[in-house]
Design a protein around this ligand. Structure first.
Ligand code: SAH
Length: 262
């Protein structure tokens, strides 16, 4: 079981497989006020940077599930490197439908919400693994600027304009699902470059070493078009952020409160 090889090649050198930089994960970890021993579940955990650094910095324990054997192996190496291998566990598996046996204080899917068939489905899936009072983390793109045409939306690698919402609409959509947005950390254009531009050097070096590979032509053509496409479209039009959600509290006439999931 694996993700398409193209991504294993172009993102082989990435520690973070989304438009976040290490400092943004530091900001997010602090923003969540993580306590030692807190349990974090991460669906689509990539190379494990979020769980490993939070284990080191906040003493969390956690489990990450990812479909890429390469990224999962890198995550395990990173855990050893940071001395947190006894705190975090990385499982190579398909995370669709994954429900944790032990409920998590933080249940995350950061940049892989197709795992639950979109943001709403992924939130519903994560909610099944969340303890009362826990926080769901969702990493999602949004339109920084609305693309003026469908053609421009496609150049941003969306299948259509309706793939993403504007930032206000996205926050509103979380509210409509019954969640309070309790924190957020957003990417910016520089952190997008860390995700996208890092692929260019990886592709260039891979091509040097694998000129006759069956993917060489595709990688060569991607390298020749991606830098201009990124700065013209994605960098200008697409935003990205991680949103922290908690089920809304519902008040009853007697004055007691419960979460909307109770
Ligand atoms: N959250 C990580 C990775 C985001 S990239 C980070 O912040 O770095 C998306 C990840 O989802 C990739 O690592 C990819 O291998 C993984 N993935 C894709 N489909 C998946 C699936 N069905 N189940 C588990 N992981 C999946």
């Amino acid at each position: 079981m694996d993700i398409p090889r193209f991504f294993n090649i172009t993102e082989s050198e990435h520690r973070i497989h989304n438009p976040f930089t290490p400092d943004k994960f530091v900001t997010l970890g602090a923003a969540l006020r993580l306590k030692p021993g807190a349990r974090v579940l991460d669906l689509g955990s990539g190379s494990g940077e979020m769980l490993c650094t939070w284990a080191r910095d906040h003493g969390i324990v956690g489990t990450g599930i990812d479909m890429s054997p390469l990224f999962t192996a890198q995550a395990k190496l990173r855990a050893k490197e940071l001395g947190v291998a006894h705190q975090v566990d990385f499982i190579h598996d398909d995370a669709s439908g994954y429900i944790a046996e032990e409920k998590a204080d933080v249940a995350a899917c950061v940049g892989a919400t197709w795992i639950g068939g979109g943001a709403a489905g992924t939130i519903a899936l994560l909610a099944k693994s969340l303890c009362t009072g826990g926080i769901i983390l969702i990493g999602e793109p949004y339109w920084r600027q609305l693309p003026p045409t469908e053609d421009i939306a496609r150049k941003c690698l969306a299948s259509s304009m309706s793939d993403f919402l504007s930032l206000p609409e996205l926050l509103e959509s979380f509210g409509n699902l019954g969640y309070d947005v309790v924190e957020m950390v957003l990417a910016n254009q520089d952190s997008w470059d860390r995700y996208e531009a890092a692929k260019w050097l990886t592709m260039r070096r891979w091509l040097e070493e694998n000129p006759d590979d069956e993917l060489a032509e595709e990688i060569r053509s991607t390298l020749s078009t991606e830098p201009v496409r990124h700065v013209t479209y994605t960098r200008e039009y697409v935003g990205w952020g991680v949103f922290a959600l908690m089920p809304k509290l519902v008040s009853f006439p007697c004055g007691s409160v419960a979460t909307s999931e109770d």
